[in-house]
Design a protein around this ligand. Sequence first.
Ligand code: PEP
Ligand code: CO
Length: 446
Amino acid sequence: MLSNWTPDSWKKCPAAQQPAYADVGELNEVLAVLRRLPPLVTSWEIDRLREQMAEAQRREAWVLQGGDCAESFLDCTAETIASKIKVLLQMSLVLLFRSKRRIIRIGRIAGQYAKPRSNDFERRDGVELPSYRGDLINRAAFTAEHRHHDPALLLRGYERAALTLNFIRGLSEGGFADLHHPENWDLDFVANSPECEKYHELVRSLRDALAFIDTISPTPRRELERVDFYTSHEALHLAFEHALTRQSVRGTGWYNLGTHFPWIGERTRDVHGAHVELLRGIRNPIGIKLGPRVTGEEVIDLLRILNPQNEPGRITLIHRMGHAAIGTALPPLIEAVNEAKRPVLWACDPMHGNTVTTEDGKKTRKFDDILGELNQAFHIHRHCGSWLGGVHLELTGERVTECIGGSSGLTEDDLGAAYNSFCDPRLNYEQAMEIAFAIADRISQS
Ligand code: PEP
Ligand code: CO
C-alpha cells in the first residue's frame, strides 16, 4: 500500500478547476448513486493496457491517442462515435503497416466531458456568467440556466460514457474491426484526396499480405478480426473520478474504473495538488500533460510521487509545448528524466501549444505548426537518445473546418463553414490521415 494514501486523501489537498455547486446535499446524493453503479471498464483491461504501454516504452509498440477536445452529450450518436473509431482505425492501419509496430489505440472518448478553463467567468455584451466547463458540469449556451453547475449532469455523463463504451465494444469485437474488411471504415467523403488514394493503395497491399497469411495458415486468427480499443479522458472532476475509483474484486488494488487511461492536465499537475494525490493511489497507466513552463525538477517530483516503484507502462509524459517552444523546452526535460533513470513513455500532443485566435475571435490551429511540432519531437528525442512512443491528437471523423491548412488547403475564410467544436479546434478526417502518413515512416526511423 502506498504511504498515507486513501481514496479520500485528495480531499485535504488544494483542488484546482473544480465546479462550484450551490447545493452540496444534492451533489452528495448524486455521488452516492454514482458509487453504486457498476464500473465502466475492468481492472483486467487496465492491467493489459499498462503492459502494452510498457511494450511501447520498450519500442515494440506505438500509441495513437485521439478524439474530441470535449465530447458533448448531444453528439453521443452512432454516426459520431463510429466515424471517430473509423478514423482511428484507418490511422492505426497506416501506422502499423508502415512502422511495423503494434499500435495501441486510445480514444479521447467515453468520458471526455470536463474541461479546465483559464477564467471562471465569461463576459459577453456586459453580461457575466460562469464559463462552460464541459457537459459533465454545465451547458455551452450562454444563459444563466445553462451555465449553472448541475450535479445531475454527473449521472448523465456516466450514462453517456456507458452507452458510448457499449457501442465501441461491439465495434471492436465484431466484424467491423476485422482487418480483412477495412472497407467498413471508409468515410463517404474526400474520395479524391491524395490521402484517400494513398490509403487505398495501402489497403490493396494489406489484402495481398492477408491473402498470403490465410493461404499458408488457413485457421482464422482472432487477432486479425478484432482490435483492442481503450478509452481515456482528463481526470479533472475530482468528486466524479473519486466515485469511480474502486478496489478490484481480485484484490490487486485500487483502480479508476471509469476509464482505462486517465490523464492529468497541464493546469492541474501541481505536485501537492488533489489531482496528483487521487491518481497516486490507482493502478491505471496515467498520462501527464507537460507545457513549456514545466521544469525538470517538477517532472522528477511527479514521477517520484506517481511512480515510486518505477513500474514500466505506468507513466506517459505527454509534452504539448508548441512548435516555437519545443526546441528549447523539451531537451532539458528529457535530460532530467534520463539522468534520474526514470522509466517513462514519451508522447507528443502537437495540438495544445499551437492554438491561435483569428481576428474575428475563432480558435484555430495551423496544420503546419502541428506537423512541425511533431517532426521536431521525433528529431529531439532521437538526438537525446530517447524514443517518441506516441501521439496525442484532437481529431474527428467529421468534415469539420476547424484547423487551417493540410493538403485540402483550408484557409481562415473556410473556418465558418463547419466549425462544430465546443472547445478546441480538431483535425478533420483528411488532415488526421495526412498526419498519420507523415509520421508513419518516422517511427521506424527513430
Ligand atoms: C486538453 O487535452 O484538452 C487540454 C486542456 O490539454 P492541456 O491540459 O494540455 O492544456
Ligand atoms: Co483541447
